[in-house]
Write a protein that binds this ligand. Structure first.
Ligand SMILES: [Zn+2]
Length: 123
């Protein structure tokens, strides 16, 4: 197993930073949309014909924020492990995570085997 080089870590860290920036941006955009939806709803009044469409739109945006926040948490977790020097080590079995897997999924904190077995436990 080839360990991650300093250069690998730098590249992966850059990817994580980019992911975080994009997620924060998406969350902010969604929050602006929700605010605008609220204002539109107030303008419509309770009986407005567009009210239910606005509420549906708002719910959609809220669920998008939730998904983004979950991603954000996994990005932060990966960055924390990087700071602790634990990045690229499986949290379950302690073995190194394949370099290829990390480049495909920089937020991975478990190796493929552990990920697969945790998935099959769920089913
Ligand atoms: Zn593992």
């Amino acid at each position: 197993m080839k360990q991650l080089s300093c250069d690998d870590i730098r590249q992966l860290h850059m990817q994580l930073v980019q992911m975080r920036t994009r997620l924060l941006d998406e969350i902010q955009t969604a929050e602006v949309d929700i605010k605008a939806a609220h204002e539109a709803l107030e303008g419509e009044g309770r009986g407005g014909s567009d009210a239910s469409a606005i509420i549906r739109f708002e719910e959609l945006r809220r669920s998008e924020i939730e998904i983004d926040e979950n991603h954000l948490r996994s990005v932060e977790e990966a960055e924390r492990r990087m700071n602790d020097g634990l990045y690229g080590v499986c949290t379950d079995c302690g073995k190194p995570i394949a370099r290829k897997r990390l480049f495909a999924l920089p937020t991975a904190i478990r190796c493929t085997e552990c990920e697969d077995s945790s998935l099959s436990e769920l089913t």
